[in-house]
Design a protein around this ligand. Structure first.
Ligand SMILES: NC(=O)c1ccc[n+]([C@@H]2O[C@H](COP(=O)([O-])OP(=O)(O)OC[C@H]3O[C@@H](n4cnc5c(N)ncnc54)[C@H](OP(=O)(O)O)[C@@H]3O)[C@@H](O)[C@H]2O)c1
Length: 113
C-alpha cells in the first residue's frame, strides 16, 4: 500500500507546495527537499528575513503568522491560488511542542509563542 502511494506521488509532474513555519527545522528541510526535486515552493514564516536561505534556493517567500485572523488567512490562500492556479501540497507545519501536565500548563504559558 505504502509502495503504491510513493509511486503515484513521484509520477506527478512538478507540484506546488505551501509550507508554514519554514524558518527552521522540518519546514525548512521539507522546502529544500521539494525545491531540489524541481517543485515550486511557497515558504512562509512570521519573519521573512529568516527565509533568506529558502529564497536563495528558489522558493517564493511570504510572511504569515498562522494565528492570524481567518480573514487574513483566506486572503493569503486566495493570493496563492490566484498566482499559481492551484495548490498541490499544504504542509501545516508551523508550531511548537510543549510538554507538561495539564495542571502545570496555564493558558498564558500555552499561548506564549
Ligand atoms: N522536532 C520534533 O521532534 C517534533 C516532534 C513532533 C512534532 N513536531 C512538530 O513539527 C513541527 C516543526 O517542528 P520543528 O522541530 O521543525 O520546529 P522549529 O524548528 O522550532 O520550527 C517551528 C517553525 O514554526 C514557526 N512558527 C511557530 N509559531 C508560528 C506561528 N504562530 N505562525 C507561523 N509560524 C510559526 C517557527 O517560525 P518563527 O521563526 O516565526 O518562530 C518555525 O519556522 C512543529 O509543529 C512541531 O510541534 C516536531
Amino acid at each position: 500500500m505504502g509502495h503504491f502511494h510513493t509511486e503515484s506521488i513521484s509520477a506527478m509532474s512538478s507540484r506546488v507546495w505551501f509550507i508554514t513555519g519554514c524558518s527552521s527545522g522540518f519546514g525548512q528541510e521539507l522546502a529544500l527537499e521539494a525545491l531540489s526535486r524541481g517543485d515550486k515552493v511557497i515558504a512562509t514564516a512570521r519573519n521573512k528575513d529568516k527565509l533568506k536561505i529558502l529564497q536563495e534556493a528558489g522558493a517564493e517567500t511570504m510572511e504569515l503568522d498562522v494565528k492570524a485572523t481567518l480573514y487574513e488567512l483566506r486572503d493569503v490562500a486566495s493570493r496563492v491560488i490566484e498566482s499559481h492556479g492551484r495548490l498541490d501540497v499544504l504542509v501545516n507545519n508551523a508550531g511548537y511542542g510543549l510538554q507538561g501536565t495539564v495542571e502545570e500548563i496555564t493558558y498564558d504559558v500555552w499561548s506564549l509563542k
